[in-house]
Design a protein. Structure first.
Length: 295
C-alpha cells in the first residue's frame, strides 16, 4: 500500500522516522511510504495525518512493467542492465572493463564498470565513482548509471568533453547496488535490511542492520573502494529532489564542508533543474546512521 504522510514540525518528523518507513521523506512536510497492514496500524497509532494513494502496489508495479515499450529509453530490468554492461565491455574493450565484487543474498552479480583510456592499467589519474540502486524501488538510479556508461563509451573520440574525461580520469560506475531489491521492487535487500544504514561509519543499527557491513551488498560496495582513492563518490537516489552531502548522522559540518558544498552548488546550477536544493543530509533532509555518504 502506498501512503502519503504529513508532518508539520521536527517532533512529528521524529515520530515518522521512528516508524522506520520504506519510502521517501521529503523536506516539504510530506513523505511517500509503502506499508503492510501492521505498519499501517503503527502509523495510525502514531497520530500522524496520512492519506492512502494506492491500495495495490504489487498490481500497479506488474502492470507498469508489462505496459512499457521495449525501446532504448525505457526503464530496464536487472537482467537487461547487466546485459547492457556486458555489451559495453564487448563493444569497447579498450576503454571499458567489468569488475565483480560478489553476489547478492539471492545470488545476483554485484559489479562495476571501469571506464578510462588504458583501462587495464592503474594510472596516476583522479578516480571517481558513481553508484545507483541501493534502494531497489528507486529505479531511476541504475538507469542514470548505465546510460552514463553508455554515453561515455559511445561518445569517446567524438565528443571533446567526454574524450577528455575518459583520457584523464578513472571512472567507476557501480550500476546496481541492490539487485534483489530491484527485482522485488523493494527498498530493502532480500534479508529485509536497508543497505544505506549498513555502512561502517557511525553505524547504529538502523534499517534492520545487525552489524557493520552485515550484508553482502554493502560489503561489495565497500570492497570496490579497496586499493582505490576516489576523490568523488556520487550515489544516486530518487524521490527526494535534493543534493545531499555529509554529514547525515549529525548536524556539525564535516572537515571538507566548504569544498563539498561548493561542488554540490555547482552540480545544482548545472543540473538543468531550477532551484535544486543542496546541503547536509542531516539538516536538509533527516538524520540517519550508517549511510554510504558519511562512510
Amino acid at each position: 500500500m502506498e501512503v502519503r504522510v504529513f508532518y508539520n514540525n521536527d517532533f512529528e518528523l521524529g515520530k515518522l522516522i521512528d516508524l522506520q518507513p520504506e519510502g521517501d521523506i521529503f523536506p516539504n512536510g510530506e513523505a511517500l511510504i509503502y506499508v503492510v497492514p501492521s505498519e499501517l496500524e503503527a502509523l495510525i497509532s502514531s497520530g500522524l495525518k496520512y492519506q492512502i494513494e494506492r491500495e495495490d502496489v504489487k498490481d500497479f508495479a506488474e502492470n507498469f512493467w508489462t505496459s512499457m515499450d521495449n525501446t532504448r529509453e525505457a526503464y530496464h530490468t536487472y537482467a537487461e542492465i547487466v546485459a547492457l554492461a556486458d555489451s559495453l565491455v564487448a563493444a569497447f574493450p579498450d576503454i571499458c572493463e567489468k569488475h565483480l565484487f560478489g553476489t547478492s543474498v539471492q545470488g545476483r552479480e554485484l559489479g562495476a564498470l571501469k571506464i578510462t583510456d588504458n583501462v587495464t592499467l592503474n594510472e596516476n589519474e583522479a578516480e571517481v565513482m558513481f553508484d545507483g540502486g541501493i534502494h531497489g524501488d528507486e529505479i531511476g538510479c541504475s538507469e542514470n548509471c548505465i546510460r552514463f556508461a553508455r554515453d561515455l563509451c559511445r561518445e569517446y573520440g567524438i565528443e571533446p568533453n567526454i574524450t577528455d574525461l575518459v583520457d584523464n580520469r578513472e571512472i567507476w560506475i557501480y550500476y546496481m547496488v541492490n539487485p534483489d531489491g530491484r527485482v522485488a521492487d523493494n527498498r530493502y535487500n532480500a534479508n529485509g535490511v536497508d543497505c544505506n544504514r549498513d555502512s561502517g561509519y557511525m553505524w547504529d543499527g538502523w534499517g534492520g542492520s545487525s552489524g557493520v557491513y552485515s550484508q553482502p551488498e554493502s560489503k561489495a560496495l565497500r570492497d570496490c573502494h579497496y586499493n582505490r582513492q576516489f576523490v568523488v563518490h556520487t550515489t544516486y537516489h530518487s524521490g527526494t529532489e535534493y543534493i545531499s552531502h555529509p554529514w547525515s548522522y549529525r548536524s556539525d559540518q564535516c572537515p571538507d564542508y566548504a569544498h563539498i558544498n561548493q561542488l554540490a552548488g555547482e552540480y545544482s546550477s548545472s543540473s538543468g533543474y531550477a532551484n535544486m536544493e543542496y546541503g547536509q543530509g542531516c539538516t536538509g533532509m533527516y538524520p540517519i546512521n550508517g549511510s554510504t555518504k558519511d562512510t
